[in-house]
Design a protein around this ligand. Structure first.
Ligand code: SF4
Length: 239
């Protein structure tokens, strides 16, 4: 699974693996029912709200303390992947929730970033720090609509985030995530993607920046997604 994280998933203990499966199966069943209603944008938004409850409950249950804080944005310089329905949610947020100046700023940043990304190989992109186009004054301007990759990323040690930022591609850094949180939130994302796939909808992973611009510039993206076609034509497919 491609995601915001540069390191691979750690080997999970039996109980943690069971948490991943259990959460994934529950989300698969719920998401299948929602997707059957024919509104992928509404369905992904509902899945985000469930994910937020799962994240908060797993964090409380684990007793862990995260170092993630407003204004800390080391991880907002990594490569991020989205699904087509997530890109639709981002564009809706940008169109309806951002003021005109911020909207113009993120669109300009997206067009600059897209030109940079299209000149990189996938391997170069994975190891290149590039400030996310939605990062405004150190904060995520689309926070309520941020994709699952961003939602799942977290850290108990900001120094590991800084080290990873300063040495992109380094693979020997300790994993600073919370196992229970990672298992449940990772399972939720996997269960939802499985539901999208089994509903006959586009489940390709796209590069965040070019996916955002594709939906923004092409009015057909939403219709194509609902019709079970490849939804995004110009965005970079990453797997
Ligand atoms: S979408 Fe938001 S949270 Fe995700 S990388 Fe961009 S600024 Fe950071």
């Amino acid at each position: 699974m491609a995601s915001i994280q540069r390191r691979s998933l750690p080997r999970m203990s039996h109980d943690i693996a069971a948490e991943y499966r259990r959460t994934g199966l529950a989300e698969h069943a719920t998401a299948m029912g929602e997707l059957a209603q024919g509104d992928p944008l509404r369905a992904v938004t509902a899945s985000y709200r469930r994910h937020e409850r799962i994240f908060d409950a797993a964090l409380a249950e684990s007793g862990a303390k995260l170092d993630c804080r407003a204004g800390c944005a080391w991880c907002c310089h990594y490569k991020v992947d989205v699904r087509a329905d997530e890109a639709l949610a981002i564009v809706e947020h940008v169109r309806t929730r951002l003021d005109a100046a911020t909207r113009e700023r993120v669109i300009d940043a997206a067009r600059r970033n897209a030109a940079t990304i299209r000149a990189l190989t996938p391997a170069q992109h994975m190891t290149t720090n590039l400030a996310c186009c939605f990062l405004v004054e150190g904060a995520c301007s689309i926070y309520p609509a941020r994709p699952f990759a961003c939602r799942n990323h977290h850290s108990t040690d900001v120094e590991m985030c800084r080290a990873e930022y300063e040495s992109p591609g380094r693979t020997d850094l300790p994993d600073s995530s919370v196992p229970l949180l990672k298992a449940r939130c990772g399972g939720h994302r996997e269960g939802r993607q499985s539901a999208v796939l089994h509903s006959g909808l586009d489940v390709r992973a796209y590069d965040l920046t070019t996916a955002f611009l594709d939906v923004l510039d092409n009015a057909s993206a939403s219709r194509r997604l609902r019709q079970g076609k490849r939804a995004l034509i110009e965005a970079i497919v990453v797997d």
